[in-house]
Design a protein around this ligand. Sequence first.
Ligand code: ZN
Ligand code: ZN
Ligand code: ZN
Length: 371
Amino acid sequence: MPVTSSDLYPVSRLAAVQEATAKSGLDALLLTPGPDLRYVSGYDAKPLERLTCLVVPASGEPFLMVPRLELPAAQASPASRLGLDFVAWDETDDPYGIASARLGRVAKVGLADRMWAMSSLRFREVMPETEQVLAGSVLRELRMRKSPAEVAALREAGQAIDSVHRRVPEFLRAGRTEREVGRDIAEAILAAGHEMVDFVIVASGPNAASPHHDVSDRAIQAGEPVVVDIGGQLHNGYCSDSTRTYSVGAPPADFAEYYEVLRRAQDAACAAVRPGVPCESIDAAARDLIAAAGYGDYFIHRTGHGIGVETHEEPYIVSGNAEPMEPGFAFSVEPGIYLPERHGARIEDIVVCTETGGERLNLTSRELVIV
Ligand code: ZN
Ligand code: ZN
Ligand code: ZN
């Protein structure tokens, strides 16, 4: 059964956010459109120059500032279940002044991590004495720990992107450009049930040595490895992200050698997941194995990132992050090996930490797929 929006965005969350805000010593959170607002209220508001902002005081009544022309959309959103006051403002009003007056004098507020600078500076103007910090300092504690419903949504997203990877061999052929292949993949991402395509990386030959290559007009050649890293967002807000490396015909011998190293490293990192281990130890599990095989200098990024209503969020699986894993943490495990000007490979699964270990949410084969 698909997970419902009231499971994903429970009404009880607002009280949990207020409690966490108070505990962090903040007086309020100011949440403009983006993942923080969506996580707290379920409202997928459009980011516009007109201010929409959920004001969540640590104690007292939360309210949603909303441009009058957006009011019907806000009322139709899951935010309408929260029993909030919707404060509609008109074109000639100053919504920042209204929000600040209604909130009252406060010492410290948390701004949505992705609030636009134009809004954060306007808030500073109307609340010159108020210290501004990131709302993420409060919300990370909640957003990192996925509820069973959130894990179910991520599993659904994982199945959707897996079905796209199963179709990639249909699209990959020598002579086609990365862009042509990327267009087919983007269509397949939507056809698989995503609401939005987040990104499509089709990196062939030497382009595969650039981890965040996009697509280009380069024609894929026979005998070339191709890194395909794709993701989208479901209607419910939760994201998918999975990488597989393909080869159009038999790959070069040196590539086949390090691909096997990479596959073992990705397995080792997934196997290291369990409650209590520091996030950085998952990175080390992959990195130590790659370094021991002599490819340490070619693994140039962290092993992974959390995922939820955003593709990249906490926890980051990176050296220096001693945060202990907890059941409900969901993140990518995506080591890569990149040989500049030659080729590269990456294998990426979303993994969720359970009471007993890591559960992969991507289940397509991790063997090199020769098409
Ligand atoms: Zn990435
Ligand atoms: Zn990815
Ligand atoms: Zn990723």
